[in-house]
Write a protein that binds this ligand. Structure first.
Ligand code: FAD
Ligand code: NAI
Length: 467
């Protein structure tokens, strides 16, 4: 019987990174994966394919709209959707092969099949052909990720009524797309299909988009998206979709009650969140306790209720983000090796990869208000940033929130092009407990968009230079 120091179930960003770190620390490691390819949701049907389509569709739209004003004359761009999908697939294949390479390089065994925990130190792996093997291991890490959340009574067929998975592989541009949920997936994939020609309507249960993000940023983002052609129905829910006609007919009800209306669409994208995936893991029989939302319950050291069994990533509490899963994977591997692995949950950036991008780290202004924290705020718009002006990409602003007494930066929020890259200087600063003054006194290269971050930090003390 094969025997290991650590077996990780799932090879998403949480699982494969955990396995590599454990191997680096001298453990004998195996990963178990039920899918045909490694990399989990993120590499196969999540982060990576969505970013490939966002990149390609952004350039498609720019070629048609923005090139001419810069003096670059091109004939009206033509969409070759199969080629764009092929570009996406090449990106997926390249990354998946990269993970396979890393498994080999770090001498990590890949056990293909579905993992089931039999108790402390023992699990069963069953392949697609039904054959199974039992594996002994000192430790098990559950990194089985998440699955799409479904709407009661609305069946996802992945062709007309799709989840993110189907929306990443449509075979033609729908003339109309109805998105249920104004969260990250709805706005990213809504952007892809709008840029390629779809009329996009987003129905959101709450009275705002991107719940959880800074509300001032979200408001400006909504205005920009509306200018791009998005239509929003906030405070509303889709209660049924009639599939009998040539077009889908969605029933939209006000969240607060009242008269329903019908919206027709070629495709409906259900993007109302994700749920932890624990199917077939044998958790109940093994005695692994779940919380009230079906997530694996863990302590501060990622330990479950069963000795020797740990859990990380989307299957446990916290933001469902690839980098959070990765950092937890590293931390648990280090803890198993006797080190002091930990994750700073106060400094986990979040990025929406639209145009413009939205990036956030730390506390939002809404959270500070609610907690009664005394804070100062500095803001700087990209309209006053030289580089943004010359490139004519001035949408958005930077907002820095600092503790009113200590000046320590508590949060940073950016809406604008390349926000997802710029947010990291705030993240590093916050990791080191830095102040707005520290950021404001750090020399920033000119001309860069990052100078807006420095100016926002200066604005905390009301001394921005270019405003
Ligand atoms: P997963 O990546 O879900 O991997 C879990 C793996 O476990 C899967 O391969 C699954 O097959 C396997 N598995 C499950 N059960 C078993 C079992 N019993 N036996 C064997 N194998 C099993 N996050 C970001 O940070 N940035 C983004 O840009 C981003 N974009 C996204 C776009 C979309 C469309 C979606 C859907 C998600 C996106 N996410 C993004 C979220 C990100 O994909 C997840 O947070 C991340 O994949 C979680 O990693 P994980 O390792 O916990 O689980
Ligand atoms: P989400 O939680 O971001 O957004 C779901 C939205 O749907 C919320 O605004 C919610 O209020 C709304 N909603 C819920 N039920 C509804 C209903 N019945 N009718 C109308 N609206 C309803 O979830 P999403 O967009 O599905 O993404 C899932 C996860 O994937 C997120 O946790 C996110 O972190 C991750 N992800 C991250 C990305 C990134 O980092 N760029 C990209 C895509 C996904």
């Amino acid at each position: 019987m094969a025997s290991y120091d650590l077996v990780v179930i799932g090879t998403g960003p949480g699982g494969y990174v955990c396995a590599i770190r454990a191997a680096q620390l001298g453990m004998k490691v195996a990963v178990v994966e039920k899918n045909a390819t490694l990399g989990g949701t993120c590499l196969n049907v999540g982060c990576m394919p969505s970013k490939a389509l966002l990149h390609a569709s952004e350039l498609f739209e720019e070629a048609g709209h923005s090139f001419a004003k810069m003096g670059v004359k091109v004939s009206q761009p033509e969409l070759d959707l199969p080629a764009m999908m092929n570009f996406k697939q090449q990106g997926i294949d390249g990354n998946v092969k990269g993970v396979e390479f890393l498994m080999k390089k770090n001498k990590i065994d890949v056990l293909v099949g579905k993992g089931k925990i039999l108790g402390t130190g023992k699990l069963q792996v069953t392949g697609a052909d039904g054959t199974s093997q039992t594996v002994e291991t000192k430790n098990i890490v559950i990194a089985t990720g998440s699955d799409i959340a479904r709407l009661k009574g609305i069946e996802i067929d992945e062709t007309r009524i799709v989840s993110s998975t189907g929306a990443l592989s449509l075979d033609k541009v729908p003339s109309s797309l109805l998105v249920v949920g104004a969260g990250v997936i709805g706005l990213e994939l809504g952007s892809v299909w709008r840029r390629l020609g779809a009329k996009v309507t987003v129905v959101e249960f709450l009275d705002r988009i991107l719940p959880g993000m800074d509300s001032e940023i979200a408001k400006q983002f909504q205005r920009i998206l509306e200018k791009q052609g998005f239509a929003f129905k906030l405070g509303a829910k889709v209660s049924a979709v009639n599939t009998s006609g040539a077009k889908l007919a969605a029933t939209i009800e006000p969240a607060a009650g009242g008269a329903a209306e019908t919206i027709e669409a070629d495709v409906v994208l259900v993007a109302i969140g994700r749920v932890p995936y624990t199917d077939g893991l044998g958790l109940q029989e093994a005695g692994v306790v779940l919380d009230n939302r079906g997530r694996v319950q863990i302590d501060h050291h990622f330990a479950t209720s069963v000795p020797g069994v740990y859990a990380i990533g989307d299957v446990v509490a916290g933001p469902m983000l690839a980098h959070k899963a990765e950092d937890e994977g590293v931390a648990v591997a280090e803890i198993l090796a006797g080190q002091a692995g930990h994750v700073n949950y106060d400094v986990i950036p979040g990025v929406v990869y639209t145009t413009p991008e939205v990036a956030t780290v730390g506390k939002t202004e809404d959270e500070l208000k609610q907690a009664g924290t005394a804070y100062t705020v500095g803001k700087f718009p990209f309209t006053a940033n030289g580089r943004s002006k010359v490139n004519q990409t001035t949408d958005g602003f930077v907002k820095i929130l600092a503790d009113a007494k200590t000046d320590r930066v508590l949060g940073a929020h950016i809406i604008g092009r390349e926000a997802g890259e710029m947010i990291h200087e705030a993240a590093v600063l916050m990791e080191f407990g830095g102040s707005a003054e520290d950021l404001a006194r750090t020399c920033h290269a000119h001309p860069t968009r990052s100078e807006a971050v420095k100016e926002a930090a200066l604005a905390v003390a009301k001394r921005a230079i270019h405003m």
